[in-house]
Design a protein around this ligand. Structure first.
Ligand code: GLC
Length: 437
């Protein structure tokens, strides 16, 4: 496997990423992540895990997560079950779409079903799940592991002053590019689109779902936009910066620079499009790296990855993605559930899952492993990007906020509404959602 990155640019960005937080609108927390740690009493009375339950735990538990697109979880379950710990894990795969995964878990929790002992929760669902009291307070377990975990990823598991989940994998997206077509990596998004126009275009996630919220906010935050006010109480989505970012995306679709079907693409459709050699650029998460380099793709050995460039007139920004393991309060075997989590999120497996599947670890020291550094020269840049990436808004009504973003952004991309009208509509819908709790 050949692994390369635009080094000069990556290094420049590793430094600039740190500036990303401060050069786009003055707020260090457009996602209002800082409020996650303060205790508001919203989760009073929630069940806390007893770490001692792990000792001697036995039985079979179900692990629910989205489709295993990287192959990581199938390999982990196989290894864990072969260890004969007395605990057996059965994998239940949900949809590839983040929104559908959430619905599948929420339906089970609303029915008080114990089917998913452990669920792989997207980083954006902590506030909702905790405030619904659907998951265990994991603070007593995480205490002993806190120092090894990247603080930004731990923050995504924190709500109301408690830690509800164990960070399993983190995500900061890359710009993938064909280095047989692009000789000098572009330094601005505007240049990316120019290069894309001169070659085979760009592909990203434009379908109306969570992925589009990420793709849009990466540009919007870089342009200087925000979603909520710093206190998290008011919508600030309808701003000139956000309209500008959306106009930029719309122009890309209208000008035929973005892939034809982009308004219907999620991560996997984008990955397959890029792997079949049809696009010069792709925005995607790190998991697509190791799959893209596999024999049989049309791009193996012909692409590099780079952190996001600057938005002209603004700065750089990345969105923090990732997944955390939570234990359902309806699980009949929380001890066995924790035993699996302890393995799956532990250093040994995180090293394996970075090595084999290019999934970004939540344990800081894994990035510094010499073998990993050799295999993935971009490991340090990825760690910096993860540490500096911006959180999406932390709110029990985050799903509604995100829907307001992706539905209206998608409508603008599809040419149904103007960017200005899309942001106006998103503003009204976010304001309504904020009024419901
Ligand atoms: C990835 C990210 C997650 C994000 C999702 C959007 O799975 O890790 O945080 O919400 O993509 O599709």
């Amino acid at each position: 496997m050949r692994i390369r990155i635009g080094f000069a640019l990556a290094t420049a960005c590793a430094i600039a990423v740190a500036a990303c937080g401060s050069d786009n609108g003055g707020s260090s927390s457009p996602g209002n992540a800082s409020s996650a740690g303060k205790s508001t009493g919203a989760t009073k009375g929630a069940k806390a895990i007893d770490p001692g339950l792990m000792n001697g735990a036995k039985g079979t538990i179900n692990y629910c997560q989205g489709k295993d697109t990287s192959g990581n979880v199938v390999a982990a379950v196989k290894k864990f079950n072969a260890m004969n710990t007395g605990v057996t894990v059965k994998l239940i795969e949900f949809s590839t779409s983040a929104d559908e995964q959430r619905q599948q878990f929420v339906q089970r929790q609303e029915a008080k079903s114990g089917e998913c002992d452990v669920f792989d929760a997207d980083v954006i669902w902590t506030a909702e799940f905790a405030s619904q009291k659907w998951i265990y307070d994991m603070t007593p377990y995480i205490k002993s592991r806190e120092s090894e975990i990247i603080p930004a990823t731990l923050q995504t598991a924190t709500y109301d002053g408690k830690i509800w989940a164990v960070p399993q994998t983190t995500d900061a997206a890359f710009l993938y590019y064909r280095d047989d077509q692009v000789k000098t990596p572009p330094t601005t998004w505007q240049q990316v689109y120019e290069e894309a126009k001169a070659n085979d275009g760009i592909v990203y996630q434009g379908a109306p779902y969570e992925g589009l919220t990420c793709d849009f906010l990466e540009l919007a935050f870089a342009a200087g936009g925000k979603v909520l006010s710093d206190d998290g109480k008011k919508s600030e989505i309808n701003s000139p910066a956000n309209v500008k970012a959306l106009q930029f995306m719309v122009d890309g679709v209208k000008g035929g620079i973005a892939a034809n079907g982009v308004t219907t693409y999620m991560e996997e459709e984008s990955r397959r499009y890029f792997e079949s050699g049809k696009a010069t650029f792709m925005r995607n998460w790190p998991y697509a790296y190791s799959l893209g380099e596999k024999k049989g793709t049309k791009v193996a050995g012909k692409f590099k990855v780079m952190p996001f460039p600057t938005f002209e007139g603004g700065g750089k920004a990345g969105i923090l993605g990732g997944h955390n393991n939570v234990i359902s309060v309806y699980s009949k075997n929380p001890g066995a559930a924790l035993k699996w989590i302890d393995f799956f999120t532990g250093k040994e497996w995180q090293t394996e899952s970075f090595d084999q599947f290019s999934l970004a670890p939540t344990i800081a020291s894994v990035y510094d492993d010499p073998a990993i550094q050799k295999k993935y020269p971009f490991a340090s840049e990825l760690k910096a990007a993860v540490s500096q990436a911006k959180a999406r808004p932390v709110s029990p009504v985050y799903p509604q906020i995100s829907q307001a973003i992706y539905n209206n952004v998608n409508a603008a991309l599809a040419g149904k509404v103007t960017p200005a009208d899309a942001m106006k509509a998103a503003d009204a819908q976010i304001t309504k959602a904020l009024g419901t709790f």
